[in-house]
Write a protein of this length. Structure first.
Length: 307
């Protein structure tokens, strides 16, 4: 049986979620956010409904995930509202995308985050957002942005705060301002991790969920997820699973505090991704996968899941 619960649960603030979740960016187009081919919102809604049928109760989205054909938040709302009580929807704010035209502009200032939060409330049809990530992308305004989100939380617009695309310093400063329940950073076999492992370890130490993105796509931003690494294919063949499933299983093996949010607009891929919750890799597999370097060769073994 395919079930998201097979990888266990984690508590985000006061909300318990299955560690195998779903990322909504690809519901809007094959490349997400207007890149690649646009997707049919009805087909995308079927993907979201199937995810929830299979036990997914953690959905990652953003108001700025939209293409000419579909908006992730509206697809989720159309597919699932009224929402099941146990569903946690995590959204993110910060990137300066015009929410009508799609044009990219300046990052939102802290005092502009209210508009982004309100846009998410409206498009998702929620009275309070469950978790809002400030997607910083290396900016130095994390404390001010987190403070602004905390004030919106005090007003009752949101429950919990996370940060995204942050280094250890930004995480540390954010934690001085408010409780941080999750960190969403890029992390995948073959991705240059720089201080990603430090952030992963800090999250473990402080009971914060680490939620990596591009688990399957790796370094690619566009719509091709063709596997680039022999070692991933070899491990997949050894287990009789797909490379995407190996990537998800590797992610889940990074720690109990790690939540997977593979993204897809395809029901068959979704079913495969959820089934990965039950895939168990060996220690040897994990060492080999953790050592994939960006050139595609498995170099010096490291154990990135050990802090
Ligand atoms: N915080 C941030 O800055 C940030 C940035 C990017 C993404 N995110 C979040 O993280 C989520 C995950 O990232 P992502 O969706 O970009 O990348 P991903 O999950 O790593 O990979 C998605 C890509 O893999 C393909 N794919 C999915 N399942 C597959 C399978 N079983 N077999 C073969 N190919 C498969 C998808 O194509 P199909 O759609 O055709 O299946 C798509 O091309 C996003 O949906 C979004 O919610 C956050």
């Amino acid at each position: 049986m395919i079930a998201a619960a097979a990888a266990g649960t984690w508590t985000l603030g006061d909300r318990t979620v299955n560690r195998l979740g779903f990322g909504a960016m690809r519901l809007t187009g094959t490349g997400g956010m207007g890149r690649g081919a646009d997707r049919d919102p009805h087909q995308s809604a079927a993907v979201v409904r199937r995810a929830v049928e299979l036990g997914v109760n953690h959905v990652d989205t953003a108001g700025f995930y939209f293409s000419a054909s579909a908006r992730a938040n509206l697809v989720i709302r159309d597919a699932l509202a009224p929402y099941p009580d146990d569903l946690t929807i995590v959204t993110k704010v910060g990137p300066g995308r015009d929410l009508v035209t799609g044009e990219w502009g300046d990052w939102a200032r802290p005092d502009e985050l209210r508009r982004h939060v309100e846009h998410n409330l409206e498009t998702l049809g929620l009275e309070r957002l469950h978790v809002v990530n400030y997607r910083s992308n290396g900016r130095d305004d994390v404390p001010a942005a987190v403070e602004a989100l905390a004030a919106l939380g005090d007003e009752g617009l949101l429950d919990h705060i996370g940060v995204s695309n942050v280094g250890l310093d930004e995480l540390t400063t954010a934690r001085r301002v408010a409780d941080i329940v999750c960190v969403q950073n890029r992390h995948a076999p073959g991705y240059e991790r720089s201080d990603a492992d430090d952030v992963l370890a800090a999250c473990r130490e402080h009971g914060i969920a680490f939620v990596p993105f591009f688990t399957i796509a790796g370094r690619a931003r566009e719509d091709s997820a063709a596997e680039r690494y022999d070692v991933v294919r070899e491990v997949a063949d050894a287990h009789g699973v797909s490379p995407a499933q190996v990537r998800i299983a590797w992610t889940l093996a990074l720690g109990d505090h790690v939540l997977a949010i593979p993204g897809t607009g395809d029901v068959a891929h979704l079913e495969q991704n959820v089934a990965a919750a039950a895939v168990r890799l060996t220690d040897d597999d994990l060492v080999r996968l953790g050592a994939v370097d960006p050139d595609g060769s498995a170099a010096v073994p490291s154990r990135p899941w050990v802090s």
